[in-house]
Design a protein around this ligand. Structure first.
Ligand code: ADP
Ligand code: MG
Length: 327
């Protein structure tokens, strides 16, 4: 596939008409307009084959995930997605691969009316690097540094599914946490959580002006809450018993491995956030309307770092290095 054809394929599938795109794919650079009263929110995340997704992942899922992990960062900032650029490195210009990649990317882009406005194409080991652009009303971005002592700590969705999904990938299963007799339906559900993360854009938008701090769970719950704690100069205490698990997760993961996957498994792309006690009920009511379950798991305390209380209320010993190796 010639480079021109490849660019034309992305243009026809993913460019979309938006009034704020003066000039999209096809010139030396894109020209876009940020709406009055808004700030531009920008992030970049790269997926490397075999590192950020298993080798042999479906091309459409890679295209979806390359955009999804970036939209998740926008969600964590409370931003509304608008545009993206894509730097794609391919070992060979295989047409079927590129078409499927573009269709997965386009499927998610459509859901958020996002336009692909440019990119770059190079030859090399399979890598997809996306830069995403979104808007927030001036001063309204959700940050990591606003958590205050006494705030409640909440998460969207369920934790550990993507890590369990990784355990369901072929060869690796033998030495992971997956129950050998786990039902096929659970394996499929967990794989979908790994391959097709759902960026929580609507939740992020709803949290503007409500959450005191917010982050997306990409490295693991404890690690990511640790980023909020460090940035805010506070400690965070959560209760293991409150950390939400999906039915598929409970059916498929070996009982004594569940807490590790829930606390340290990455790639769930849910939102973890803090909110002043007085605002929790109203926020939960608003979030309930979104259809996505949100769970209160702990609170912000004086001090530093993240403390997890086990089911008996005792502090768990979190092997720091172990966590890092896990992800
Ligand atoms: P230049 O040589 O001026 O950098 P390129 O030939 O790399 O331009 O790209 C031509 C046009 O195609 C540019 O508008 C660029 O943004 C776009 N483009 C290149 N690769 C991609 C891609 N993978 N996805 C989307 N747009 C791309
Ligand atoms: Mg040029």
């Amino acid at each position: 596939m010639a480079e021109f054809d490849l660019i034309e394929l992305f243009r026809s599938r993913c460019a979309r008409v938006r009034a704020d795109v003066t000039l999209g794919i096809g010139d030396d650079a894109a020209v876009v307009a940020v709406p009055a009263g808004c700030e531009l929110v920008v992030c970049t995340d790269t997926l490397v084959a075999g590192v950020h997704f298993p080798l042999h992942t479906q091309a459409a899922d890679i295209g979806w995930k390359a955009l999804a992990v970036n939209l998740s960062d926008l969600a964590a900032m409370g931003a509304t997605p608008a545009w993206a650029t894509l730097a794609l490195t391919l070992p060979d210009a295989n047409r079927a691969f590129v078409e499927h990649f573009a269709s997965g990317f386009a499927e998610l882009a459509e859901q958020h009316a996002l336009a692909l406005i440019g990119g770059d194409t190079t030859r090399g080991p399979l890598t997809a690097s996306v830069t995403a652009f979104g808007f927030v009303p001036i001063g309204m971005a959700l940050r990591r540094d606003g958590a205050r002592v006494g705030d409640a700590v909440l998460v969207t969705g369920t934790m550990g599914d993507a890590a369990a999904g990784l355990g369901c990938v072929g060869e690796q299963e033998r030495d992971t946490a997956i129950v050998p007799s786990a039902p096929e339906s659970a394996r499929i559900a967990l794989r979908a959580r790994l391959d097709r993360p759902q960026p929580r854009i609507a939740v992020g938008e709803m949290l503007r002006g409500r959450a005191s701090a917010c982050i997306d769970v990409s490295d693991g719950l404890v690690a990511d809450l640790g980023h909020i704690a460090a940035a805010s100069g506070v400690g965070i205490e959560i209760e293991l018993a409150r950390v939400p698990a999906s039915e598929a997760f409970r059916a498929a993961v070996v009982a004594d491995r569940q807490s590790t996957l829930q606390l340290a498994g990455g790639d769930d792309y849910e939102l973890a956030f803090t909110i002043a006690e007085a605002d929790v009920e109203a926020a939960l009511a608003a979030l309930r309307a979104s259809g996505l379950p949100t769970t209160r798991i702990g609170r912000v305390v004086r001090g530093s770092g993240v403390l997890v209380l086990d089911r008996d209320g005792n502090p768990m010993d979190l092997p720091r290095r172990g966590w890092e190796h896990f992800t």
